[in-house]
Ligand binder design. Structure first.
Ligand code: NAD
Length: 312
């Protein structure tokens, strides 16, 4: 008798992001009927090409959903004091519901001071200590502005009906942007959570126990098939660009579409999980087209939410 292993479920971030955006467009239209338009102000300091691409795509998505947006582009030489004054002016404006400072900022700017100067009610990136504290306190997600990438992961799990309550989750990475907040969100959703990081010993033994693995490390293909329990859900947050034929062959042997894309562009993206590990999974988020696709949708969601919460 032969046993067949079921194909893993692909958790399609593009489809889920489209669902979220269409719900938001309806909510924005309803807000307009009630007499207000959610508004986002984006601050982009200097000319960092990658940041310019991200910001353009945020502004474009606002337009698609009917959200008002405006860009502020201070010169790279802007001082912390000048940027604080800009944030203060945006805090004071009634029609601005969300303030986003595109990171990273030039080295001379005091990033922490600037992020803490944003009115917590307008902190659509969810990085303000007040909002981080509310998340830690277990305030329900619908009442807080939570960091976009981990909030997007929770949406993927919820909308894909992946059980979380009582499940064992292992988060690899402890950054303030992804690792720590997703660990807290999973605990708040009643998972049993272990957080691993660069100093963790016996990582593979720990990850093999997990029903849900969240990889947020920043190293191409770091999580291998040996580190994953068959049937586990794998959430791959990593975005790593590979540019050598050796890596292409290592991660995507025989994958004609990847090879064709690589031949055209000279690079391709791989997550923190070796694609060979996905074959064992019960469900997984691909790279690209997984978690990354959710981040802007969740920023839009936070902007609409901030507008709603600010108006009681
Ligand atoms: P980070 O560099 O701030 O944190 C990386 C974490 O990995 C650290 O906590 C570190 O302890 C851990 N780590 C490093 N080496 C390790 C090892 N050998 N074993 C176990 N843990 C180890 O990175 P970040 O900002 O959290 O981002 C992680 C990845 O997620 C990056 O690839 C980034 O590009 C990606 N990312 C994607 C999105 C998105 O999809 N929109 C958003 C944020 C980050």
């Amino acid at each position: 008798m032969t046993s067949t292993v079921p194909s893993p479920l692909v958790l399609d971030g593009i489809v889920i992001a489209a669902q979220i955006k269409s719900e938001l467009a309806a909510e924005v239209a309803a807000a307009r009927d009630r007499g207000y338009v959610p508004g986002l102000a984006v601050i982009l300091v200097g000319e960092v090409p990658a940041s310019q691409i991200y910001v353009r795509s945020k502004v474009k998505t606002c337009a698609e959903l009917g959200i008002y947006s405006e860009m502020h582009t201070p010169d790279a030489s802007a001082t912390t004091e000048e940027l604080l004054a800009l944030v203060a002016s945006l805090n004071a404006r009634e029609e601005i519901d969300g303030i986003l400072i595109q990171l990273p900022l030039p080295a001379h700017v005091d990033t922490a001071r600037l992020l803490e100067a944003i009115d917590p009610a307008k902190d659509v990136d969810g990085f303000h200590p007040i909002n981080a504290g509310r998340l830690l306190n277990g305030t329900p997600m619908e009442k807080i502005l939570a960091p976009c990438t981990p909030a997007g992961i929770m949406e993927v799990l919820r909308r894909s009906k992946i059980p979380v309550r009582g499940q064992r989750a292992v988060v690899i990475g402890r950054s303030n942007i992804v690792g720590k907040p997703i660990a807290v969100m999973l605990v708040n959703a009643s998972a049993t959570v272990t957080v691993c990081h660069s100093q963790t010993r016996g990582l593979a033994e720990i990850t093999r126990e997990a029903d849900i693995v969240v990889a947020a490390i920043g190293r191409a293909g770091f999580v291998t098939a040996e580190m994953v329990r068959p049937g586990a859900t794998i959430i791959d947050v990593g975005i790593n660009r590979i540019t050598t034929a050796e890596e292409l062959e290592q991660f995507f042997p025989g994958d004609a579409a990847r090879h064709a894309g690589f031949a055209k562009r000279g690079s391709t993206l791989v997550g923190d999980v070796d694609p060979a590990a996905f074959a064992l999974a019960g469900a997984y988020t691909p790279v690209p087209g997984g978690v990354g696709a959710l981040t802007i949708a969740m920023l839009m969601s936070n902007t609409v939410k901030a507008a709603r919460l600010r108006r009681g």
